[in-house]
Design a protein around this ligand. Structure first.
Ligand code: FUC
Length: 744
C-alpha cells in the first residue's frame, strides 16, 4: 500500500509537470498579458517583447507616505453620540458626525508603488518560432524565438534565496547576442547611472519618504560599453543580468535604512546562473511540489493559455481548472515569503503610481482571501508575512482602540497600509467597520488548527488573539430594544451604511471569543479572561432568519432578496467561519437562501468567495457554475460587469485584483477536502463533471496531509498522513468511519 501511494505521488508530479505552464505565441502588449515572477521582496512582470524586452519590477516596501500614526486623538468623545443617533434611526446625522470627528487622520491611507523598469533592446525585427511561457513548477519565465538563423532564449527567475531577479539571455551561436540594457523608473525624482557593468537607479517616492535604489549587474562573455546612461553589449553568447532593489524602510516606524548599502550586500550574493537556478528551483519546489492536482486532460490543454480562457465556457478543458488552482499557489509563493510584506491587493505586482484602491490591504474581505489557500494548500510558511503585519497592527491598533473607543486591546478597520494605519478611512458608511482585527486574528487560530503548533499559539497566536478579543469585550454595547450585546457603530461591509449590529461582526466576534477560550484552555492560561469571554458569549446577538427565508444581514429584517451586491458578509459564518454548519439545518438553509439571492455573477473576488460557499453547502455543481463564470475573459455576464481572467490568468475584479486568484484556489481545495467539523471529509463537493482525478498533499485541520484518488465520482484510494500514527474520523463515499492515519 505504502509503495503504491509513493509511486502514485511521484508519477503524478512527472505527468503533470508539462501541464503546469502558461504559454503564448506572441509577446505581451499589455501589463495583464505579461508573466509574473516574484520572491516576496521583488515582483516582476515579463513582457517577452521583440525588439524590446520590458521587465517591470516592484520592491515590496516602495510606498507613498512615511511613518505616521493615523489615530484621531479624542475621537472617543463622540462615540456615545454616534451610537445614540444610530439607535434613534438618524443614520445620515450619525455618518456626518462620524465623518467630522471620528475618522483616520488623514482620511486616506497610502499607496503601493512601482519601483522601475529594466529594458533590453535587440536589433531583431522579423522573428520566427516565437513562444513565451511561465513554468509554475520551476518558477521560470522563458521567451524563445529565431532571428537570422540564430535561436535566442531569455530566462527569468525571481530567486528568494538570492533576493534578486535574474535574467539570462543566450544565443545558440557564439557572439550573436547584441543588445542595449537600460534601467528607469516612473518616479520622476529618480536618476540612473551606468558604470563598467552596472546600472544604478536611485529615486525617492516623495520628500522625507521612501528612498529606493536598484542595480542591474551584467555578466557576459561579450563586450560591455557605457553609452549615455545605458550599457551596450556586443558579440555575446550569454548575458546574465542580476537585478536587485532595496529601500530605506526598516519598519513601519523607521525609515533610516541605507538602500545603497543594501543593494551592495544583495549583489554580493552574485553566483553563476547554474547555481542561482538550482537554488531557486529547489527553494520553489520545496513549497510548490507539496500539492498536485489532476482533474483529467483533454486536447484543449495543448492550446495557448489565452485561447484556453476564451474557449473554456464552451469547451472541455478540466486541466485549466487545475492550472488556475496551481497558479494561485504559485502566486502566493511569489508574493508572500517570510521577511517580506504580506500580499497586497495586487500581490506584489503593480505598474501604476495611482493603483486601484492604492494596491493596499483591504481587510473587509480581500486581504483575508489572499491567505485562504495558505494552510489548506500546504503553504503555511507563506502565511507568515501576514502574522508579522498583525504583530505591528496590534501596536497601532491599540492606540486606535484607546483614542476612538476608550477600549483595551487592538482594533483594525477595513484597510491598512505599509504604515499600519488601523483607524477608519475614506467615509463613515464603510470605513467604520470594526471587525478587521477579529477576522485577521482568526488566521492565527487557523494556522494553529492546521499545524497543531502549540509553540506558535503560545508565542504569536494567542497573545494577538487575546488583544483582539479584549477590544470587543470592552466595545460591545447593549441594544436597548432587544437587550443583546451588539457591535456598533459598524457596517455590513460596503452596503447599508453605518449601523448598529451587523450580523458579520457578531459572527466574527463570537468565533474569536470561542477560539480564545479554547486557546487559553490548551495553553492552560488566563482563566479569568476566558471566563469573562464565556460570560459575554451568550449575550451577543444571534444569527436570525428573516421574512424571505434568508439569513439576516442586519439586526432588522430588511434584506432585499433582489440585492446582488458583491459582498457576502453575513455568510462569513459559513465560510471562512464555522458559526453555521450543516449540523444546524435552520441557519444552514437560510444562509444558502441568501447566497441564492446574491446570484452567480460577480466581481472576481466575490466569485472566489462563492466557490468556497457552495463547497461548504456541499454543492459541487453549483461551485463549478461559479468557477465557469470566473474562468472566462474579463467581461459582462447577463449585462452585469463580472470578473474573469486576463490573458495571464490574473483575476479581474475588474480591474486586476489578486484576491480572486487566491479565492479560486482555496475554493477548489474546499470542493475536494473539508475538515471544519472534526472529520476529514473527502470530496465533499465534487462536481459531476470531474469524473476522475487525483489530488495529493492537501492539508486538513489537526495536522493531517491528505491524498485522494477518485473515479466515477467515488473515492477509490486515499491516504491520510500524520506525524504520528493516530486515529482520524474520515467521511468518505457517504460513510463516516474511524481509520488510522499513518506516518508521513
Ligand atoms: C472592497 C470591494 C471592492 C474592491 C476593494 C479593493 O472595497 O468592495 O470591490 O475589491 O475592496
Amino acid at each position: 500500500m505504502k509503495l503504491q501511494v509513493v509511486l502514485f505521488a511521484s508519477s503524478l508530479a512527472v505527468c503533470l509537470a508539462s501541464d503546469l505552464k502558461l504559454w503564448y505565441r506572441q509577446p505581451a502588449t499589455a501589463w495583464e498579458e505579461a508573466l509574473p515572477v516574484g520572491n516576496g521582496h521583488m515582483g516582476a512582470m515579463i513582457y517577452g517583447g521583440v525588439p524590446t524586452e520590458r521587465v517591470q519590477f516592484n520592491e515590496h516596501t516602495v510606498w507613498t507616505g512615511q511613518p505616521h500614526c493615523y489615530a484621531h486623538k479624542g475621537a472617543v468623545k463622540f462615540l456615545p453620540e454616534i451610537r445614540r443617533l444610530l439607535f434613534d434611526g438618524k443614520q445620515k446625522e450619525a455618518e456626518q458626525l462620524a465623518l467630522r470627528e471620528f475618522m483616520s487622520e488623514p482620511l486616506r491611507q497610502k499607496a503601493y508603488q512601482p519601483c522601475g523598469d529594466l529594458w533590453i533592446e535587440f536589433p531583431h525585427d522579423k522573428t520566427s518560432d516565437y513562444r513565451r511561457w511561465l513554468n509554475l513548477d520551476t518558477a521560470l519565465a522563458v521567451t524563445e524565438y529565431q532571428f537570422g538563423g540564430v535561436a535566442y532564449r531569455r530566462e527569468v527567475v525571481a530567486s528568494y534565496p538570492d533576493r534578486a531577479v535574474v535574467v539570462r539571455l543566450t544565443a545558440d551561436k557564439p557572439g550573436k547576442l547584441d543588445c542595449v540594457v537600460r534601467l528607469n523608473s516612473p518616479h520622476t525624482n529618480s536618476t540612473v547611472a551606468a558604470t563598467a557593468n552596472t546600472l544604478t537607479l536611485r529615486g525617492e517616492v516623495e520628500p522625507d519618504g521612501i528612498r529606493f535604489e536598484s542595480r542591474a549587474l551584467l555578466t557576459t562573455d561579450g563586450a560591455v560599453t557605457v553609452e549615455q546612461g545605458t550599457l551596450r553589449v556586443r558579440g555575446a553568447g550569454t548575458l546574465i543580468i542580476r537585478l536587485v532593489a532595496a529601500t530605506n524602510f526598516k519598519s513601519y516606524k523607521d525609515i533610516s535604512g541605507d538602500p545603497a548599502a543594501r543593494c551592495a550586500a544583495l549583489l554580493k550574493k552574485n553566483k553563476s546562473w547554474e547555481k542561482t537556478l538550482q537554488a531557486h528551483v529547489a527553494d520553489h519546489q520545496s513549497l510548490f511540489r507539496r500539492v498536485s492536482l489532476d482533474l483529467g486532460r483533454t486536447p484543449a490543454a495543448d492550446k495557448p493559455t489565452d485561447q484556453r480562457i476564451k474557449e473554456f465556457a464552451t469547451g472541455n478543458d478540466p486541466s485549466l481548472v487545475a492550472l488556475v488552482f496551481q497558479y494561485g499557489r504559485y502566486l502566493l509563493i511569489a508574493s508572500s515569503r517570510p521577511g517580506g510584506q504580506p500580499a497586497n491587493l495586487q500581490g506584489i505586482w503593480n505598474d501604476k503610481l495611482k493603483p486601484p484602491w492604492d494596491s493596499k490591504y483591504t481587510c473587509n474581505i480581500n486581504t483575508e482571501m489572499n491567505y485562504w489557500p495558505a494552510e489548506v494548500t500546504n503553504l503555511s510558511e507563506c502565511h507568515e508575512p501576514l502574522f508579522a503585519a498583525l504583530a505591528e497592527l496590534a501596536d497601532t491598533g491599540r492606540v486606535v482602540a484607546k483614542e476612538h473607543y476608550g477600549a483595551r486591546g487592538w482594533v483594525v478597520h477595513h484597510n491598512f497600509d505599509l504604515w499600519r494605519g488601523a483607524a477608519p478611512i475614506n467615509a463613515a458608511n464603510h470605513g467604520i467597520w470594526v471587525a478587521g482585527s477579529g477576522w485577521l486574528a482568526l488566521h492565527l487560530w487557523e494556522r494553529y488548527l492546521f499545524t497543531q503548533d502549540k509553540d506558535f499559539l503560545a508565542k504569536h497566536g494567542y497573545p494577538l488573539m487575546k488583544g483582539a478579543a479584549q477590544f470587543y469585550a470592552d466595545f460591545l454595547c447593549e441594544d436597548p430594544l432587544t437587550g443583546w450585546l451588539i457591535s456598533g457603530p459598524s457596517n455590513s461591509p460596503e452596503q447599508g451604511g453605518l449601523v448598529m449590529g451587523p450580523t458579520m461582526d457578531h459572527q466574527i466576534i463570537r468565533a474569536l471569543f470561542r477560539q480564545c477560550i479554547e486557546a487559553a484552555r490548551i495553553l492552560n492560561t488566563d482563566k479569568e479572561f476566558a471566563d469573562r469571554l464565556a460570560a459575554i458569549l451568550p449575550r451577543i446577538a444571534p444569527n436570525k432568519v428573516g421574512q424571505h427565508g434568508q439569513l439576516q444581514e442586519w439586526l432588522e429584517d430588511k434584506d432585499d432578496p433582489k440585492n446582488q451586491h458583491r459582498h457576502l458578509s453575513h455568510l462569513w459564518g459559513v465560510y471562512p467561519g464555522d458559526d453555521i454548519t450543516s449540523r444546524d439545518q435552520k441557519f444552514f438553509e437560510a444562509a444558502k437562501q441568501s447566497l441564492i439571492h446574491r446570484g452567480d455573477a460577480a466581481t472576481g473576488w466575490s466569485m472566489g468567495w462563492k466557490v468556497n460557499l457552495w463547497a461548504r453547502f456541499l454543492d459541487g455543481d453549483h461551485a463549478l457554475v461559479i468557477l465557469r463564470n470566473l474562468l472566462q475573459p474579463v467581461g459582462k455576464v447577463k449585462g452585469r460587469w463580472s470578473g474573469g481572467l486576463y490573458p495571464n490568468l490574473f483575476d479581474a475584479c475588474p480591474p486586476f485584483q489578486i484576491d480572486g486568484n487566491f479565492g479560486a484556489t482555496a475554493g477548489i481545495a474546499e470542493m475536494l477536502l473539508q475538515s471544519q467539523l472534526d472529520e476529514v471529509h473527502l470530496l465533499p463537493a465534487l462536481p459531476k463533471d470531474w469524473h476522475a482525478g487525483k489530488v495529493t498533499g492537501l492539508r486538513a485541520r489537526d495536522n493531517f496531509t491528505v491524498d485522494i484518488e477518485w473515479k466515477k465520482g467515488k473515492v477509490t484510494q486515499y491516504r491520510i498522513a500524520s506525524p504520528q500514527p493516530r486515529k482520524v474520523q474520515v467521511h468518505v463515499n457517504g460513510e463516516v468511519k474511524t481509520v488510522m492515519a499513518n506516518k508521513l
